[in-house]
Design a protein around this ligand. Structure first.
Ligand code: MGD
Ligand code: MGD
Ligand code: MO
Length: 764
């Protein structure tokens, strides 16, 4: 029996405020490192310190005294814990035993300390030397075909490590370089590249000062990028309206109390964040945006007919875009009935949003996983661009698309070549610079890699960070296949499920956290990363390493590369002893972005990468910014069969987790305490299914194949969300997502609209 309970109807307070101060203190105490961690926090996101290991939000040139948020402080506490998972720990616990532990207990056991190899006879991880680990991994790789190995990276590793990692994989002979963006913002990388010729957002922090309207589509700022609340608050204080589209009223998007502003903490007034809040149906974003565009285009048609001032930026559209007429005709011909039923919002709500849009001179649209993790995720991104283009809202101050990235360097890893798509990597340049023949065949994205594991085509999986057996869909299908792998290598800071579900030969290689001092040959090293706004920042550690047997990620990648490649023109030892040399190499490969890298790495606020779309230069096929006519407003046109009681599940993060890392079982903002095995459900749906608050239910996926996907033991919590939608937590719900249920063009798992039905229920 689960012990979930829900206090009151919803979190009654603004996000931030005393609640968040208490949560930070709680995290520090739980990790038993309060004094040290509070010292460390003063260096977080400062030019003289380290870049937060949590989200990728921009780091200002003039940081606040406390330039960290509740989530970032928790992530820091989590890494600087005094607990240790050392060789003794592994002598005490077999893997069979550890498999019985909860995910949270695994990570909570502390920091990994020494390189370990799985011993089949003992069923334990046993300490080995680094040389032994590199040697055997190298021999294993040499005995495989390069395309049988997959080199995943979660978005945490630095630019230097990511560059070395992709170069090593390509020298070895494969483009199998999936990363976490394959489950995240790949819909952005594909959609924005097609539409405006760059795969990243075009705004910078400075644009917040010039904008006069912001939208939020499916991004939960209070939990996932809380430092951004400062920027939002400042904009709100200037009177900038914020319009939010989200099936749930997220407290961080409703109001905010700045826990670092004594004035706000002492006086009750919170800043209202959203001025309009539209609770649309999950998967209804394309329809909602088409509705807003329809109101704008109809108003412009009217203006044209009556000789009034035009609403559209006609000069911009004529000079800079293509495809407007087709889109406008599509919009005119799409009925309000269809729009309303697809997004479950009334026309008045959409015209209210359109009215604000038409009044504003410069508009930013922020968005996140609520938009990208859908079967039509790429189309959703294109609809954002369509809306912006109508009034020239790209490439002028205070405007542009703002995809809010996840992991702290996920965007940067792509920038320096971690990609399964050979066309996105500078292969000719690499060939020239390093005198080898980079592979030209398409590599595997994350879902392809999983399919490859299931089919037995993939024999080795490397994870540079990450916890794939938990973060990918279809866990019950994936896990048994994962155990058939020949080789699993995990480079990690903490123990997680993916280290237990392992191959025949399995290595667990512990690395330094970015927060730790990294000295090579007596010289402190720095690393760098790219934030959500395309700025590059240096970072150096400030705490003593968790163990003297740790190596940096750079040194580990170099060690594996040296042991695997018979010859290469790279001096891996030199690179792993001086990261400045790696930065020189990056600058040589990407001179436009990284020229004078070492000289610019400490620029306050970071140095910007050039973004042609910001200057209205469109690196698209047509040389213009492209409108797209949507294919369909149905969130999943390929769904085989739907029954009346079927529900649409979207998976959520709480404020007490970082992806698969679960800090506690509470979700303070949504008022859910004690268990994550809950299903948030509309009261009407609860009654329609003959359920009540606290009923226990099982969910089954409405699968496109014959595989049965079921998760038991969810407790119903009545919640304010649209009829027909239910919400549960990621990663607990992942067994319900079929691997094939992903965005068509970007392959991002459609975790925000999973068709499910209730199959078994027990009254409370
Ligand atoms: N503390 C903390 N910070 C994090 C993370 C973390 O786990 N914890 N993860 C990091 C990572 S890797 C990422 S990618 C980001 C993720 O950050 P977000 O992009 O914010 O992702 P989610 O929290 O998954 O979902 C965002 C919102 O989408 C809404 N939503 C669901 N379905 C729909 C829909 O169909 N339409 C719309 N409009 N909204 C919808 C949900 O209600 C939720 O509020 O955060 C990063 N930062
Ligand atoms: N249903 C559902 N599924 C989802 C999502 C969703 O919203 N819903 N979101 C998706 C998204 S956006 C993402 S990004 C993925 C994330 O998926 P992953 O990248 O697979 O998972 P993480 O939980 O970020 O990885 C956590 C592990 O990284 C390791 N780690 C932490 N810090 C470091 C470090 O500094 N170096 C190294 N080498 N290792 C480190 C630790 O061992 C930790 O256990 O999940 C995706 N899956
Ligand atoms: Mo992510």
């Amino acid at each position: 029996m689960s012990t979930a309970h829900k206090k009151s109807d919803a979190y009654q307070h603004a996000s931030g405020g005393w609640g968040s101060v208490k949560a930070v203190a709680g995290a520090l105490i739980q990790e038993q490192a309060p004094v040290e961690t509070s010292r460390v926090l003063m260096h977080q996101n400062k030019p003289d310190g380290f870049m937060c290991v949590s989200c990728s939000w921009a780091k200002p040139a003039h940081p606040h005294r406390f330039e960290f948020c509740e989530s970032g402080a928790k992530a820091t506490a989590w890494d600087t814990t005094s607990r240790r998972v050392d060789p003794k720990f592994f002598r005490q616990h077999t893997l069979a035993e550890l498999e019985q532990w909860h995910d949270q207990a695994l990570e909570n056991a502390g920091r990994l300390c020494a390189p370990m190899r799985w011993d089949a006879e003992l069923d334990q991880y046993v300490e080995v030397s680094w040389e032994h680990a590199f040697g055997e991994i190298g021999r294993e790789l040499q005995a495989m075909k390069p395309d049988e190995a997959v080199f995943y990276t979660s978005g945490r590793a630095s630019l230097e490590t990511a560059y070395m990692y992709q170069l090593f994989a390509r020298m070895y002979g494969t483009n199998n370089l999936p990363d976490s963006s394959n489950m995240c913002h790949e819909s952005t990388s594909v959609g924005l590249t097609e539409a405006i010729g760059v795969g990243v957002g075009t705004i910078t922090l400075d644009d917040f000062k010039h904008t006069d309207l912001m939208f939020f589509f499916g991004q939960n700022v209070g939990t996932n990028s809380p430092r951004m609340l400062h920027d939002l608050q400042e904009a709100r204080e200037r009177g900038v309206p914020i319009i939010t589209f989200n099936p749930i009223r997220e407290p961080g998007l409703v109001s905010f109390v700045n826990p670092q502003s004594p004035r706000q903490m002492l006086t009750p007034g919170a800043t209202q964040i959203s001025t309009q809040y539209h609770q649309l149906k999950a998967g209804g974003d394309s329809a909602a945006i088409v509705g807003i565009c329809k109101a704008v285009i109809e108003a412009d048609d009217h203006a044209q007919a009556t000789g009034a001032a035009r609403i559209l930026d006609v000069d911009f559209i004529a000079q800079h875009t293509q495809g407007f007429d087709d889109f406008a005709n599509y919009v005119r011909n799409t009925g309000w009935d269809e729009i309303e039923s697809r997004c479950a919002l009334p026309r008045v709500a959409l015209t209210a949003a359109a009215d604000e849009y038409m009044r504003a001179k410069a508009v930013i649209i922020h968005y996140g996983m609520g938009l990208t993790q859908h079967r039509m995720g790429v189309q959703n991104v294109r609809m954002i661009v369509n809306l912006l283009l109508l009034r020239g809202n790209i490439g002028k101050p205070g405007s542009g698309p703002s995809p809010i990235r996840g992991h702290s360097n996920v965007q940067g890893q792509r920038t320096v070549g971690v990609t399964e798509k050979p066309e996105l990597a500078p292969l000719d340049k690499l060939a020239d610079q390093y005198h080898f023949m980079p592979p030209r065949t398409q590599g595997m994205a994350t879902v392809d890699a999983c399919q490859g594991v299931i089919d037995g085509k993939v024999r080795a999986v490397f994870q540079l960070g990450g916890n794939l057996v938990r973060s990918v869909p279809d866990r019950y299908v994936i896990e048994p296949s994962w155990r058939k792998l020949r080789l699993t290598v995990n480079i990690a800071t903490k123990l997680n499920r993916s280290h237990l579900v392992h191959g025949e030969v399995s290595y667990l290689l512990p690395c330094l956290s970015r927060i730790e001092i990294d000295e090579r040959l007596g010289k402190p090293q720095a690393v760098s990363m790219e934030d959500s706004t395309g700025c590059m920042h240096g970072s150096h550690g400030v705490t003593q390493p968790a163990s003297d047997r740790l190596l940096s990620e750079q040194a580990i990648v170099a060690g594996i590369a040296k042991a695997t490649l018979e010859s290469s023109s790279v001096d891996w030892d030199a690179w792993s002893n001086d990261y400045a040399l790696v930065r020189d190499a990056i600058a040589e490969t990407y001179p436009d972005i990284f020229h004078d890298f070492n000289a610019r790495i400490w620029e306050p606020g970071g140095f910007h990468r050039p973004l042609p779309a910001r200057e209205r230069k469109w690196k698209t096929k047509s040389g213009k910014a492209e409108f797209l006519v949507p294919q369909t407003l149905d969130e999943d046109p390929d769904m085989p069969e739907r029954r009346p009681g079927d529900l649409r599940l979207f998976t959520l993060r709480s404020d007490s987790q970082f992806n698969t890392t679960i800090y506690t079982h509470d979700d303070r903002f949504r008022g859910v305490y004690g268990s994550r095995m809950v299903l948030l459900m509309n009261q009407q749906d609860i009654e329609r299914h003959g359920l009540a608050a606290d009923s226990e239910v099982s969910l089954e996926a409405v699968s496109p194949d014959s595989v049965k996907r079921q998760v038991d033991g969810f407790r119903i919590i009545p919640f304010d969300l649209p009829v027909g939608c239910v919400a549960g937590y990621y990663p607990e719900c992942n067994p319900l997502i079929p691997l094939s249920h992903h965005a068509k063009e970007s392959k991002v798992p459609a975790a925000k609209a999973v068709p499910v039905r209730i199959v078994a229920a027990q009254a409370a």
